[in-house]
Write a protein that binds this ligand. Structure first.
Ligand code: PMV
Length: 357
């Protein structure tokens, strides 16, 4: 729109330039931390989770993604944090773009550039914010209008946790039933805790790449762990209790469920054969510090994903002292604090109009 306006009344080369300009759509999404974890699928092709999950979207961890469908491209292109992506990453993004192309009825290839604005050397997973931002940017660029719920179903095909990053604040992911893809969607949960909750992110080991990707590790746990059945029985109970805690504004209850749920997830992975162990000595030291903080009356409950880092659910009032204590743990290399983040959104649409920052 803006460009067309600028070029109005001009002819020749400028007019040609206008035709050559490929509309680009930019979107942003925040990462999220699961308080009741997603760990295991019931259908790998549709990426359907074996159980529901519950998370908090984090404003400090943002991915910004640009997508342009360009008839001049022979293949999709992907640049991640300024570098051409590895073939496996490109193949996964290309398969995701195929879903968007099918919905739009186009075959055009796309240029994708994605950037993570995460705390320094955070070593934190970016697939949640990455695929949520890609779902919003790619559908926007292709002119496919989807409801937030349908966007969450689409984002799930890229990464299970990405469905939750479509929404801000506390988010519930529904497992759905059988092979019904549309039943496995995310939705936000309003809670008095959204304003009050903080997550202190303690990076362990300087943010080195994790040894086992979550995808393979959850499949391996489901296939071999004698504790996996118990995990699946636990999740619905933890979800119901976490939702009750959110409705009541009970941070202590929510924290106790989150810490217990994360340890149960890791117990199932540790019992897999061979074992999947994400923890390092500093992970255990941080867990001990969290228990000590609680004993001293602070709001602090730990959760851990598919890596050694410890994320601590706390309150706005206790976030600084909790972060300071975590900084004192040997082997913790960085600590940052995040409040609840907002939903995934278009930053600049394909007409060039600015929508959000
Ligand atoms: O979305 P994925 O496939 O990267 O799996 C996420 C798995 C965990 O981060 C460990 C748990 C979760 O619910 O986010």
């Amino acid at each position: 729109m803006r460009l067309a306006g600028l070029l109005a009344g001009t002819g020749g080369p400028l007019k040609r330039a206008m035709v050559d300009v490929v509309p680009t759509t930019t979107a942003r999404a925040c990462a999220n931390i699961a308080l009741v974890k997603y760990w295991g699928k019931r259908d790998a092709r549709l990426n359907l989770p074996a159980a529901g999950s519950l998370s908090l979207t984090l404003e400090a961890l943002v991915t910004t993604t640009q997508v342009a469908f360009d008839a001049g491209l022979a293949a999709d292109e992907l640049v991640l944090d300024g570098r051409a992506a590895a073939p496996a990453e490109l193949a996964r993004v290309s398969a995701f773009l195929d879903l968007v192309r099918a919905a739009a009825g186009i075959a055009t290839r796309a240029r994708v550039a994605s950037r993570n604005q995460f705390p320094t050397a955070s070593g934190l997973a970016s697939s949640a914010s990455g695929y949520a931002a890609l779902a919003v940017a790619a559908t926007g660029a292709a002119g496919v209008a989807l409801s937030p719920r349908a966007l969450s179903v689409l984002a799930r095909r890229g990464s299970g946790s990405a469905a939750r990053s479509v929404f801000g604040g506390f988010v519930r992911m529904h497992a759905g039933r059988d092979g019904d893809s549309d039943g496995a969607f995310a939705e936000p949960i309003a809670s008095p805790l959204t304003e009050r909750a903080r997550i202190a992110i303690a990076v362990v080991g300087g943010g080195v790449a994790k040894a086992h990707g979550s995808r393979d590790a959850m499949d391996h746990t489901a296939a071999t762990s004698p504790l996996y059945r118990a995990w699946l029985e636990l999740v619905p109970r933890d979800l119901a209790a976490a939702e009750a805690a959110l409705a009541a504004g009970d941070l202590e209850q929510l924290g106790a469920i989150a810490e217990g749920n994360a340890l149960a997830m890791h117990a199932s992975a540790i019992a897999a054969r061979p074992a999947v162990v994400y923890w390092q000595p500093a992970t255990l030291a941080a867990l001990a510090e969290v228990r000590a903080l609680r004993a001293a009356g602070r709001a602090a409950w730990a959760t851990i994903d598919a890596g050694p880092h410890v994320k601590v659910l706390t309150s706005a009032a206790d976030a600084q002292p909790v972060a300071a204590a975590l900084r004192g743990v040997a082997g913790v290399t960085d600590v940052s604090i995040s409040a609840a983040g907002g939903p995934a959104a278009i930053v600049t649409d394909r007409e060039g109009s600015h929508r959000a920052s």
